[in-house]
Design a protein around this ligand. Structure first.
Ligand code: CO
Length: 134
């Protein structure tokens, strides 16, 4: 069902400092910050040869990233994103197996302008999983 790792998302308390760590210390290619109001985040994309890292910072008062940072003040891995060919087929297959899809269960358009869904971390080894149709 799942294909490539699309990205690993890291929640960070200081976006400029986090971008500088990846750009200056690790020597990676780092984008300008991009606001994603529909998802309550500001994102910096770190482009690697084989995948991406997304540095997430809360945008707006009710951002889910804010709750995560309250529990993890230094930041931490927030989710992993796997690619699927057909997000509706993947969702239906997972629901048949008793897996929980977060929110309404309908795909939303994600930061890459493609449909995404999130799966319950308690069903996936304590890790929030995002599926993105590519
Ligand atoms: Co993501």
């Amino acid at each position: 069902m799942i294909g490539r790792l699309n990205h690993v998302a890291i929640a960070v308390p200081d976006l400029a400092a986090a971008a500088a760590t990846y750009r200056d210390t690790l020597g990676a290619k780092v984008s300008a910050p991009q606001d994603e109001p529909d998802h309550g985040v500001t994102v910096v994309f770190v482009e690697l040869d084989n995948t991406k890292i997304e540095l997430l910072h809360p945008l707006g008062a009710d951002s889910t990233i804010r709750n995560f940072l309250d529990r993890n003040p230094a930041g931490g891995i927030h989710h992993v994103c796997y690619e699927v060919a057909d997000i509706y087929a993947a969702r239906d297959k997972l629901k048949e197996q008793g897996m929980r899809v977060l929110g309404s269960g309908e795909p939303k358009i994600g930061a890459h302008k493609k449909p995404v869904l999130f799966l319950h971390p308690k069903d996936f080894l304590g890790t929030l999983v995002e599926l993105e149709q590519v």
